[in-house]
Design a protein around this ligand. Structure first.
Ligand SMILES: CC(C)(COP(=O)(O)OP(=O)(O)OC[C@H]1O[C@@H](n2cnc3c(N)ncnc32)[C@H](O)[C@@H]1OP(=O)(O)O)[C@@H](O)C(=O)NCCC(=O)NCCS
Length: 185
């Protein structure tokens, strides 16, 4: 069902892999222009990303991948999984949102919130009640978004030269409740 702003979220399909790959690269270039070296962003490859997502969609992990559509066109996507960071798993965060990207043109219309809600539902369905994710320390817009959704900064690390902070949710059901309270469903 679409929200008042025309955004709807659905599980990703195999046929979405190319578009997800495009958004992955485009959103990195938009969001990280001031945070990563230009050559690193220039080296991103849509075909490689699309192949990675095609593999994930084909291998049965599709249930953890969702896309957001605005007026019938995909403008963002998210994926979730069991927690991959040993430190965050040890701290009791069972699940992880591994990717969340909305194209700039589609931002501030509720797509991010709806995608997080879809991830929360999937994590709960998989038996993960808690969740944490990593974000670049200097990615202030995304940090404001996660904080708005109730995430709490719980850890820091440097990963491959990137300084990152982890946001955690002890009860991911709060994301669904928060979305409903804000009229997103
Ligand atoms: C972070 C991101 C997913 C948010 O998606 P979105 O669709 O714009 O978010 P929503 O419209 O659902 O925003 C929900 C609320 O979060 C807060 N928020 C969202 N973007 C914000 C920003 N840039 N600055 C401050 N607060 C923000 C607001 O309170 C917003 O509600 P409002 O618009 O009614 O004020 C999106 O900006 C994005 O994809 N950024 C680039 C990629 C990225 O950084 N991804 C995260 C990697 S870890």
């Amino acid at each position: 069902m679409a929200t008042a702003s025309g955004i709807s979220v659905r599980p990703a399909r195999l046929a979405d892999a190319e578009r997800i790959g495009e958004i992955h690269v485009a959103a990195w270039r938009e969001a990280y222009a001031d945070l990563m070296p230009p050559d690193r962003l220039a080296a991103l490859n849509v075909a490689e990303r699309a192949a990675m997502w095609r593999h994930q969609l084909a291998s049965g992990t599709a249930r953890g991948i969702a896309v957001a559509e605005a007026d019938g066109a995909i403008v963002g996507f998210a994926s979730c999984t069991m927690q991959r960071s040993p430190a965050l798993a040890a701290a009791g965060y069972a699940g992880e949102v591994a990717a969340l990207y909305v194209l700039r043109a589609g931002q501030r219309r509720g797509a991010g919130r709806l995608l997080m809600q879809a991830m929360a539902r999937r994590l709960i369905a998989e038996g993960y009640r808690s969740m944490a994710l990593w974000v670049l320390t200097d990615n202030k817009p995304a940090r404001a978004f996660y904080e708005r959704l109730g995430g709490v900064a719980v850890a820091e690390r440097v990963d491959g030269g990137d300084a990152e902070v982890a946001y955690g949710w002890r009860d991911v059901a709060s994301l669904i409740k928060a979305s409903n309270e804000n009229g997103a469903e």
